[in-house]
Design a protein around this ligand. Structure first.
Ligand code: UPG
Length: 567
């Protein structure tokens, strides 16, 4: 590099560091001095950016990469020396006394929480071209995931403020981690929809530099300075979640209640897990000196770890029909104070790993370049043994229905959940129907149908705005006696104060009501309704319909709109 005057002292320093760290091959094929100087400058600009944004700088990245690759070449198991066992956590069931008690505590705590969505992933497995936040969670109302999440946070904000301080509303902060792949589309989606009703100042986008994994969220939050701002304003919790789980917020209030009651520094939300299912297992790992931690072990590592530690069958279901290790759904509730303390030590760095794709057994050449990766759920790995790390298990039907797989991928392990757009949508109707049933509504049984080769239960298509009911207690208070909903029905409640009583629905009912209107819905409603029509994955419908394998044919409905008056 001759034209050094083109570079800043900081860039020159970074260049020297690369040479000292044995990276001179990066410059081997550079053009003569004076040729392609713009490209060379761009290289140094990128170098400085990476050097300053990575905890410990690039020298630390190179050092860790060397160590991890050496371990991988030597075949070292990252869990060597650890004995896995099944940890103890809180197990909740919708509507139980315990559930209701924790929900009550949680909803009051929600005004002290900030929400963080990791949405830097593109969803290559799903085969959907847009960002996942823009994908409809269900096609009855067409509400996309980002809208559902924002409206849920707003509903929690409203319920929490009302229960604790009357009319004065706190604004729950919402952070979205994006990447170069998703940033512009996410911003466009928010701006073109007026932030789905949230104040723009409540939402912050933090962009990660890929490819390094969703664990980047911790260093980004730390360097943004937001954590201290939140702490100074009295917040106590940070809740992390992922891009496509339409059920997620049904589990949040109760789980937050568990965190607050048990004073957990870390609370991972989990669901019963089928052995070998592609979700990590929450595991207690104990070292020979007795120190232990409760941590997610990724699905591809749990089986070999068990086999290596005296469980010759590896990851298998126990007598319950499920793996004894609860499945990590990657919703984490962290207590803010201890979180800041820990990040002040680590700079937000979480333990990294490599996943090398070797060309052959010599393990010296690669099919593609290996990178360091990190996962947000590995945060507890650096915590001291005194940290209170727990988890909360909630029924899958209530808490977890991600949309990750395209129809072909969804069909591979037949015994496992599909985690497709088809199953994700049907899970929303199922959960809402079961919640209403628990609240006393008579809901007709589902029918089995096959879409995109996936057999699913089709329940009545029941949806509601989060502000109608964000907790079970709230939903119960809006459902009176004598209600029946047939399987072919669709019901969309788009309002706050809608009270159901003596309603017999066999068709489609849509209620729109303004926030001040109090609406009572009852009587017998029968019409041709909205039908679910099977479509072929390969047909020319929009992608968001093709990946479901069906579309909704609107034959006939009763739609009512109410302004500001009382019943
Ligand atoms: N994501 C980022 N940046 C990245 C990669 C992913 O923000 O660089 C986001 C992505 O948008 C999504 C989340 O991280 O919201 C998770 O990504 P995904 O590809 O869906 O994760 P999986 O590999 O399926 O696994 C994660 C956890 C696993 C857990 C499972 C539950 O690693 O432990 O069981 O999610 O859904």
């Amino acid at each position: 590099v001759k034209n050094l005057h083109l570079l800043s002292p900081d860039q020159i320093q970074s260049g020297k560091m690369l040479l000292e760290m044995g990276q001179s091959h990066l410059f081997q094929h550079w053009a003569e001095p004076g040729v392609d100087d713009d490209q060379k400058k761009a290289f140094f600009t990128q170098l400085s950016k990476l050097n300053s944004s990575y905890p410990g700088g690039l020298a630390s990245y190179i050092k860790t990469a060397r160590e991890l690759l050496a371990d991988s070449k030597a075949g070292k198991n990252p869990y060597d020396g650890f004995t896995p066992s099944v940890p103890i956590g809180e197990v909740l069931s919708l509507g139980d006394d315990n559930f209701i008690k924790f929900e009550d505590v949680g909803v009051k705590e929600a005004k002290n929480a900030a929400f963080v969505l990791v949405a830097g992933g593109l969803g290559e497995r799903l085969g959907y071209n847009g960002i996942k936040g823009a994908l409809p969670a269900e096609t009855t109302t067409g509400t996309c995931f980002l809208q559902l999440y924002i409206e849920s946070i707003l509903a929690l904000q409203e319920a929490s403020s009302r229960l604790t301080q009357g009319t004065c509303q706190t604004e729950i902060p919402f952070v979205i981690m994006t990447s170069d792949d998703t940033h512009t589309c996410t911003l466009d989606l928010l701006e073109s929809n007026s932030y789905f009703g949230m104040k723009a100042s409540q939402v912050k986008l933090l962009k990660q530099t890929k490819p390094h994994g969703h664990g980047d969220v911790h260093s980004l939050l730390y360097s943004s300075g937001l954590l201290n701002v939140w702490h100074d304003s009295g917040l106590r919790w940070v809740i992390f979640f992922q891009d496509t789980n339409g059920l997620l917020f049904k589990a949040i209030p109760a789980s937050l209640g568990v965190s607050a009651t048990k004073e957990y520094h870390v609370n991972s939300l989990a669901v019963p897990r089928k052995a070998k299912e592609a979700i990590g297992g929450i595991t207690k790992l104990t070292q020979s000196d007795g120190r232990s931690m409760v941590i997610n072990v990724e699905y591809n590592q749990l089986d070999p770890l068990l086999r290596a530690t005296g469980h010759p069958d590896g990851d298998v279901n126990c007598e319950t029909g499920y793996s004894p290790f609860p499945g990590n759904i990657n919703q984490l509730i962290l207590e803010l104070g201890p979180y800041i303390k820990e990040l002040t030590k680590t700079g937000g760095a979480v333990k990294e790993f490599v996943n090398p794709k070797y060309k052959d057994a010599s393990k010296t050449s690669f099919k593609s370049s290996t990178r360091l990766e990190c996962m947000m759920q590995d945060y507890p790995k650096t915590l001291p043994p005194s940290a209170r790390v727990g988890f909360t298990v909630i029924d899958t039907w209530l808490a977890y229905a991600p949309v990750k797989n395209n129809p072909e991928a969804a069909n591979i392990p037949k015994q496992n959940p599909y985690h497709s757009a088809t199953s994700g949508e049907m899970a929303i109707y199922r959960a809402n129907s079961l919640i209403l049933k628990k609240a006393g509504v008579q809901v007709e049984d589902p029918v089995q149908q096959v879409f995109n080769n996936q057999e699913v239960e089709v329940w009545p298509r029941v949806t509601w705005k989060p502000k109608w009911g964000i907790t079970f207690a709230q939903i119960q208070s809006k459902v009176g006696g004598g209600c029946f909903i047939s399987q072919k029905s669709t019901m969309a409640l788009k309002g706050r104060h809608i009270f159901l009583e003596n309603l017999t629905l066999d068709g489609t009912l849509i209620i729109n009501s303004s926030d001040d209107a109090k609406v009572k819905v009852g009587g017998s409603i029968k019409n041709k309704g909205w039908l679910i029509e099977r479509i072929d994955y390969k047909d020319t419908f929009p992608e968001e319909l093709r990946i479901r394998g069906f579309k909704i044919e609107k034959k006939e409905q009763l739609e009512k709109t109410y302004g500001n008056f009382c019943y």
